[in-house]
Design a protein around this ligand. Structure first.
Ligand SMILES: Nc1ncnc2c1ncn2[C@@H]1O[C@H](COP(=O)(O)OP(=O)(O)OP(=O)(O)O)[C@@H](O)[C@H]1O
Ligand SMILES: [Mg+2]
Length: 455
């Protein structure tokens, strides 16, 4: 508990809450001080204007009927008004003529007056008075004042209300801040728990997503997407490693036996030479397999194909047809081409050449002598459609997905040379270029159809 508390207090969100609360407190204090000053001023103004009205009445009494009327007005006023009114009419010598105040030295204008209790024995309290002193005539001093107790009481009530509001707001701001920071920390904890789980080897774990589109929701989503990406890459690496380990063992073992046998059985230089040549061919095949596997691994992810240079696919297909026509003839195949000129795509020249070569090689290797191989390409609105067809045995429908798996070869091809990496590499190159590939029936034979975006 104390750990959680320390963590909460030390957290960024808590610091923000504290700052936020402090700002609220300061703003409220300023506001309260302002309201207090304004009401204080308004109350005093109200008192002074009441005093002014009294003085005007006394003055008018004095002017109409002399000193006796002024005294009468004062007496009447004191009789009718509240006990908070204090009046005095006196001669300059201090002789009290009317009112409820003891005689005093005349002071003119607005001033405050502290009046000690009149009769202390009766628990009477002192009065704090605001009043105005003036000379009615040179021989007559008038003081009219009001006890400030009422004002003080109102101000005290106001202050008490202010303090309550302040206290409640601070409690709410702090409580709210604590709850919010706790929720925030809880989600942070989920993230770090997931990270720890992944570090401990549970690579499939993900931070729970709540489907919210706030900053944290987006962070969690990004983290999960990143983890997906990393695990995809890891799977890819694992797959390649296990493929290599799996597929290299047999040919390496074969090579080993082969060399061993040559060492024990070969007698003449001729035999040694033959054994070495065979071993060399074997290592070349091994290296080719290595190369293909690594290439497939590298091409696993699609890129933005528009970052690749523009390339004349028609031209490349023409070149490939020219290169492979004699090779096809050597094995008794007939290679023809029907390519619309000027088909441009964004692409890697070497990879696309490899793709075309693999498909022609397949059509050559997996069809009987005398078969036709046709290379064609045409354009649709947005794509270039390239096909490599033959009239050999084709690939049964059920096998058309499987031949894209690494090392997968049809049963009937077990005896022909090859590793089963040609089509997976073709598929990887197509994926890398953001294209699609499908295998179809040429009745008889196989059609490989590839779509690439036009440049
Ligand atoms: N044109 C084709 N006609 C018939 N079967 C084919 C054709 N192309 C491919 N296949 C079948 O698909 C399998 C996989 O082809 P893939 O190119 O991946 O491997 P491979 O040709 O056997 O070996 P390599 O790694 O040398 O290319 C082949 O073994 C073959 O059985
Ligand atoms: Mg092949």
């Amino acid at each position: 508990m104390s750990f959680a508390w320390t963590r909460l207090v030390g957290s960024e969100s808590f610091r923000l809450t504290a700052i936020f609360t402090a700002v609220i407190a300061v703003a409220m204090l300023v506001l309260m001080a302002l309201v207090y000053a304004i009401t204080h001023q308004a109350l005093q103004t109200e008192l002074l204007s009441a005093i002014d009205r009294d003085i005007a009445a006394i003055k008018s009494g004095y002017r109409s009927q002399g000193i006796s009327e002024a005294k009468e007005v004062i007496t009447q006023h004191l009789y009718h008004s509240a006990s908070s009114d204090f009046l005095l009419l006196e001669t300059p010598s201090g002789k009290e003529l009317a009112g409820n105040l003891p005689g005093m030295t005349p002071r003119l204008g607005k001033f405050f007056l502290n009046l000690p209790p009149q009769s202390p024995g009766r628990k009477e309290r002192a009065h704090h008075i605001l009043g105005v002193g003036l000379m009615l005539t040179p021989g007559l001093y008038l003081f009219d004042g009001r006890d400030l107790d009422l004002v003080h009481d109102a101000e005290e009530d106001e202050l008490a209300a202010f303090l309550w509001v302040l206290a409640v707001s601070l409690v709410l701001a702090t409580g709210g801040g604590l709850v919010l920071s706790h929720l925030f920390l809880a989600r942070m904890d989920e993230i770090s728990q997931t990270c720890r789980a992944i570090m401990a080897g549970r690579f499939a774990d993900r931070v729970p997503e709540r489907g919210t589109d706030d900053e944290l929701g987006r962070l969690v989503h990004t983290i999960n997407a990143m983890l997906d990406r990393i695990s995809g890459l890891m799977e890819n690496v694992e797959q390649i490693s296990s493929d290599i380990a799996h597929d290299m063992r047999a040919p390496l073992t074969h090579l080993h036996h082969h060399l061993e046998r040559a060492l024990t059985e070969a007698r003449s230089e001729e035999q040694y030479r033959g054994a070495i040549e065979e071993a060399l061919a074997e290592t070349e095949r091994l290296l080719a397999t290595f190369h293909a596997l690594l290439k497939i691994g590298q091409l696993e992810e699609a890129i933005d194909v528009r970052t690749l240079p523009r390339l004349d696919l028609s031209h490349l297909l023409g070149e490939m047809a020219d290169i492979y026509r004699p090779v096809a003839e050597d094995s008794g195949h007939i290679l023809t081409a029907g390519v619309t000129p000027g088909l441009w795509v964004h692409g890697d020249r070497t990879l696309l050449a490899q793709l075309i070569a693999n498909l022609i090689e397949n059509a050559r290797a997996h069809t009987p002598s005398g078969s036709h191989i046709r290379l064609a390409a045409a354009a649709t609105d947005s794509h270039v459609v390239m096909t490599v067809c033959d009239d050999g045995p084709g690939i049964p429908k059920a096998e058309r997905e499987r031949v894209f798996r690494r090392f997968y070869r049809l049963e009937r091809s077990r005896t022909t040379p090859g590793t089963g990496l040609g089509l997976p590499l073709v598929a990887a190159i197509v994926r890398y270029h953001g294209g699609t590939i499908e295998l179809d029936d040429n009745a008889p034979g196989l059609i490989v159809r590839i779509r690439l975006a036009r440049a």
